[in-house]
Design a protein around this ligand. Sequence first.
Ligand SMILES: *Cc1c(COP(=O)(O)O)cnc(C)c1O
Length: 234
Amino acid sequence: MSKAASHVDIAENVARIRDRIAKAAERAGRSAHDIGLVAVSKVVDTERVRQAVAAGITDIGENYVQEAAAKRPEVGGGPRWHMIGHLQRNKAGQAVQIFDMIQTVDTQRLAEAIGRRAQAAGRTMSVLLQVNTSGEESKSGAAPADVERLLDGVGPLPGLQVEGLMTIGRWDPDPESARREFRLLAQLAKQLERHSGLATTRLSMGMSHDFEVAIEEGANLIRVGTGIFGPRPR
Ligand SMILES: *Cc1c(COP(=O)(O)O)cnc(C)c1O
């Protein structure tokens, strides 16, 4: 652990984030209770993840199957674990064992692999469809125009349950520049509710630097890493 990281007061950071969530919710005329907070702990050691859980964190986000597999047993029971990184199909079986939700389903074949492995494990996996709202080539996610078709294909699959949509905003120091993408995701969700009766619409969007904008645009699940655990080493 780096010296800087060890001096980060995680409980204080969690309190500060909750305060910012409350203020953003109020501005948007929403209840802060409707906004879930996922603490993103990639490259963060187990001890600090435990501190976050002690500070009231109930949801943990990880980007890599292997890393989550190592940490989950060490952190212990309690929090729900979310897969928020790109998932390879050959890791679907392992992912189903470790995670409570997979937020990054963006192809029919990946969904089929998850459904098959979840069924074999006797469970139903909660998933979100990841949408590439910014159109950046570096990003995973289905194109906005393809999401309806993806949901039509994935929705009926056994072994998984589509609970909503996820997106990653364009990275820009100015959080306002992601507003358009967050708005697009919220619109897509409404469209899918009408079209396919998508039931519980989870909207996972917004990170440390842009979650307030995301909340104003309807996010009900935000993913915060550095805002809680401090800067990540490169
Ligand atoms: C790393 C990561 C986050 C958290 O990013 P911060 O800027 O540290 O809050 C959120 N979502 C995804 C998909 C990530 O990979």
